[in-house]
Design a protein around this ligand. Structure first.
Ligand SMILES: Nc1nc2c(ncn2[C@@H]2O[C@H](COP(=O)(O)OP(=O)(O)OP(=O)(O)O)[C@@H](O)[C@H]2O)c(=O)[nH]1
Ligand SMILES: [Mg+2]
Length: 256
């Protein structure tokens, strides 16, 4: 043990002598480099921890956002809901992860009602979204298809969504019903409708266009893979608790 201490002292002495032999400028540069590196590492870790944990649930009225919100938080549909008049806004650990051991990061979930009057609320939450879930009623899809496409178009052309590449999950809900349409069908129809909207808006004089970002590739039929942000499609049913696709989406974009 003594020998080890002596050896360490000898090394320390050698190091001290070597440092004394170096020109002082070199020492200053080395200290500055170390300090800057520490600062950069600290800033990077702060940035990482300040990454948003907000997931926005959007979609037409009646598509099933509030039931989905309850399923994610409580693992229950609370025996039905009424049309929401205010956003549901809560930070919680996903119900499906309550039993999980180790560190689980809570998620901030906002359910923005589909009522037209409350649409501006979406602009309040989109800038801090780590992801957007766009809920579609897969059972009653055909009658609400145009309105759903318009709402989705509005989200996909928001500068905050495109520039920050906020991922969007189109969640085809109510697939517990046998008459529900498949996610493939819904995806195709929404792409067609968005394409129509894009063409009609491009035909309007550019002075009247309110879209913040142009969608798709000019001259090509629109499809979601042309979006700069990732747009994916999944299916499930909030009412029966089949929401694993949404939970997976959340975990992908809000790291535990
Ligand atoms: N069969 C079935 N019905 C569902 C499902 N999810 C929601 N519903 C029903 O759809 C209706 C609307 O659900 P909500 O969650 O209130 O819809 P919302 O999107 O919050 O509507 P707004 O608050 O008006 O924007 C309710 O009667 C639900 O019971 C589902 O997965 N399957
Ligand atoms: Mg609601």
């Amino acid at each position: 043990m003594d020998e080890w201490v002596r050896q360490a002292e000898a090394w320390a002495g050698q190091a001290e002598r070597w440092i004394r032999q170096q020109p002082p400028e070199q020492i200053y540069v080395a200290v500055a480099v170390i300090a800057v590196t520490i600062l950069v590492l600290l800033a990077a870790s702060c940035l990482k921890s300040s990454k948003s944990n907000t997931i926005v649930l959007s979609g037409l009225s009646g598509s099933g956002k509030t039931i989905l919100f309850y399923q994610l938080r409580d693992g229950s549909s609370h025996q039905g809901t009424v049309t929401s008049m205010d956003p549901n806004n809560d930070t919680f650990v996903l119900h499906s992860e309550l039993e999980r051991k180790g560190k689980v990061k809570p998620v901030h979930v906002v359910d923005v009602p589909g009522h037209a009057r409350l649409k501006p609320k979406l602009d309040e939450f989109l800038p801090r979204a780590a992801g957007v879930v766009f809920v579609v009623d897969a059972q009653d899809f055909l009658s609400s298809m145009q309105a759903a496409a318009e709402y989705l178009y509005d989200i996909l052309t928001k500068a905050t969504v495109v520039k920050k590449r906020v991922p969007v999950l189109i969640f085809c809900n109510k697939t517990d019903k046998v008459t529900a349409h498949s996610k493939e069908f819904i995806k195709k129809q929404l792409e067609k409708e968005v394409n129509k909207l894009r063409e009609s808006r491009n035909a309007i004089s550019s002075a009247d266009i309110t879209d913040e970002v142009e969608l798709g590739v000019p001259g090509e039929a629109f499809n979601f893979s042309q979006c700069q942000n990732k747009v994916t499609v999944a299916e499930g049913a909030g009412l029966t608790g089949n929401v694993s696709a949404v939970e997976q989406f959340i975990r992908e974009h809000v790291r535990a």
